[in-house]
Write a protein that binds this ligand. Structure first.
Ligand SMILES: [Zn+2]
Length: 263
């Protein structure tokens, strides 16, 4: 059985690229399914990277890491203690072997500091994300309200115009180059002739107009096209609406009813 807790030690070894064989494979499998371990690993790698950069002395950290690994390797891990103690060449063990506990302690201290620091960082990030999330939720709720109004079947669009002029068709296109989405709202459009419909065109800075959807206004002359894909790889100069066959055309064949330039 593999649980999150049992991988705590493997996580540190893995971050140092010291986990091998079946243990490495088992840990990588667990990593696929455990977001907590992935976060911890990333934070640990980040901090290890910073520690590596900040150590300008004559390499004590590298040596202590190596010795820590040896010390850990020499620990009995699910194997009986005597077997683990049978190290090849144990008769000629170097004097520094006695320093292993000190190096191990130093290594653990480095880990403790790294873990503590990443913990602090994560807490800050979490608070920040929580705030942003609340802002986004509020914003989304407001947008949803607006969209519900715009798209509700009984919505009445009232244009306020000078009494002297007739109601002119108007349109608003909203698009996000980053999200590659757009929407269109139009009012006061005359009903399209039989067999015809309105077609929206995206007019790029370079190249021909790109068809962006066919629509018919309702009996009040209102039309909405929600959340449409924006053509990719072009910089949009303007939008235009023409009357075309209701099946849609691949290029404009009539004078635009509405045109709007971007910014
Ligand atoms: Zn885990």
């Amino acid at each position: 059985m593999s649980t999150h807790e049992q991988f705590a030690e493997d996580l540190a070894l893995y971050a140092l690229d010291e986990l091998t064989g079946a243990e490495r494979q088992a840990f990588e499998e667990h990593l696929q399914t455990c977001a907590a371990c992935r976060r911890e690993l990333q934070a640990m790698r980040c901090d290890l990277g910073l520690l590596g950069l900040s150590s300008s002395g004559p390499q004590p950290p590298a040596r202590s890491k190596q010795n820590l690994m040896r010390a850990i390797a020499a620990e009995p891990r699910g194997v009986s203690a005597p077997e683990a103690a049978r190290v090849p060449g144990s008769a000629t063990r170097s004097w520094w072997w006695s320093l292993v506990p000190a190096f191990a302690a130093l290594g653990l201290l480095i880990f403790a500091v790294a873990v503590w620091r990443s913990n602090q960082g994560l807490k800050d990030q979490l608070a920040e994300l929580h705030n942003r999330n609340q802002d986004a939720a509020t914003q989304l709720e407001r947008t949803n309200d607006e969209l519900r109004l715009l798209t509700s079947p009984d919505a009445v669009h009232v244009s306020l115009n000078s009494q002297k002029t007739a109601k002119e068709p108007t349109g608003t296109a909203i698009f996000s180059p980053a999200r590659k989405r757009m929407m269109l709202m139009a009012s006061n459009l005359p009903a399209a002739p039989v067999g015809k419909a309105y077609e929206l065109w995206v007019i790029p800075i370079n190249g021909a107009p790109i068809a962006a959807g066919v629509f018919k206004p309702d009996e009040h002359g209102n039309a909405v096209m929600m959340d449409r894909p924006m053509p990719e790889g072009v910089v949009t100069k303007a939008f235009a609406i023409t009357v075309e066959d209701e099946a849609g055309s691949d290029k404009p064949t009539s004078t635009p009813v509405l045109v709007g330039g971007v910014g």
